[in-house]
Design a protein around this ligand. Structure first.
Ligand code: SAM
Length: 377
């Protein structure tokens, strides 16, 4: 087995250091943080390990060819340099996903189309037939990345983004992306040995991700489909062995409580439902509660409070929000004194209404919104 295959795990901006730590734990080699992802090397096992275990990644790519654009049209020849029969058969359907910045080619749809044509033309010449494109439900996904005319062609081993864990089927009003929620928890340094409280939990991405972390439950454990399962070198037995081993290490209980509360009863009902479908319904305590009525769990003088208050872009009225943020100050400094308290917000003006010293500050992108994780204790 080839041990030094190149891989690239993509993630949301700001999560690179946490993704890099996760890859160290998996004993990947040559780990290098880049913008929006982390490159590393390792054997074919890494396609199974990363898709199964990584909590902060979006997708795992396997670069198969690189080159330089000399004109718009040169992309076609570059794609033809790959022997596509090593990765694709006429029975497969495929799609090309493309991202471009600062290059001779400027339209990603044009580039994706050109790459598709190059692949199909090669098949037509070699086999007399062409494979089919399926935009909705492709068996294989190829990734074309062009930055400053440097082209990287990769196989996408993941398919649907890894942040879609499968436990939140319905739409919440302002859901936090699961991979980001998990990155925030990692950023606080919480390790499961002390309580974790989210007093504005909404649909509970933070409590559920915390429960999965604390019980060693890999996020990909029950996912039904990954693109790598249609790869020509997919080793079904190896994937099942790796997944079964991970399953045998999942803990059944928590060392310390995880609590989620929210002022909205419908949010709590949704949170309970999602926690049940995530297999941690009996581990997390949920309550319908105004944040002003939230107290640390009995007997705990320390712990982590992590919340994502509304910040005016998606939900909430600014006037009420000012009041809400002002009231957070005594909650953190008095009632939760001794705890590490964190807010994740996209509105720094509102955060400034909490007149406590910011001990730690991190920047993340929440979709297109620039956000801060601020720590007070
Ligand atoms: C941005 S959303 C949180 C989203 C959440 N992280 C998720 O994963 O779905 C903010 C939440 O704060 C709740 N909220 C607003 N004011 C509150 C208050 N006074 N007490 C408790 N929760 C409140 C809202 O109901 C909403 O669910």
């Amino acid at each position: 087995m080839q041990n030094n295959m190149k891989w690239f795990a993509t993630c949301a901006r700001g999560l690179e250091p946490f993704l890099s730590k996760e890859l160290h734990l998996l004993q990947a080699e040559n780990i290098q943080e880049e913008r929006g992802g982390v490159s590393f090397t390792g054997s074919m096992d890494f396609v199974y390990l990363t898709n199964l275990y990584l909590r902060t990644a979006v997708r795992i790519l396997r670069p198969i060819h690189e080159g330089e654009l000399t004109s718009k049209e040169s992309l076609y020849d570059l794609v033809r340099e790959v022997d596509w029969q090593k990765y694709l058969t006429l029975q497969h359907t495929f799609v090309v996903d493309c991202n471009i910045r600062d290059s001779l080619v400027t339209h990603s749809l044009y580039a994706a189309q050109l790459m598709k044509d190059a692949i199909c033309d090669q098949f037509l010449e070699k086999c007399g037939q062409r494979p089919s494109v399926d935009l909705q439900n492709p068996m294989l996904q190829f990734n074309l990345h062009i930055y400053r005319n440097r082209v990287v062609i990769s196989l996408d081993s993941t398919g649907d983004s890894l942040h879609k864990r499968g436990y939140r089927p319905h739409l919440h009003r302002a859901p936090l992306n699961e991979a980001l929620a998990c990155g925030l928890i990692m950023c606080t340094g919480w390790d499961g040995t002390t309580p974790l409280v989210d007093p504005m939990c909404g649909s509970a991405a933070i409590p559920i991700e915390a429960a999965w972390l604390a019980t060693n439950r890999p996020p990909g454990l029950t996912r039904k489909q990954f693109c790598f399962q249609t790869w020509l070198d997919y080793d079904r037995q190896r994937w099942h062995d790796i997944r079964d081993e991970a399953r045998s290490k999942v803990l059944k209980s928590l060392a310390s409580p995880i609590i989620g509360s929210d002022i909205r009863g419908d949010a709590i009902r949704m949170a309970e439902q999602d926690a049940r479908s995530a297999g941690v319904g009996s581990l997390i305590k949920f309550e319908k509660l105004d944040i002003y009525d939230c107290y640390p769990p009995d007997g705990y003088t320390t712990g982590t409070l992590l919340c994502n208050p509304p910040y005016g872009i998606r939900i909430g009225e600014m006037g009420d929000l000012r009041e809400l943020y002002r009231e957070i100050e005594p909650l953190f400094s008095e009632r939760f004194a001794g705890w590490r308290c964190w807010i994740f917000t996209g509105n720094l003006a509102l955060a400034k209404l909490i007149r406590l010293k910011v001990r730690e500050k991190y920047h993340f992108m929440n979709g297109t919104i620039s956000c801060q994780l601020l720590g007070y204790w």
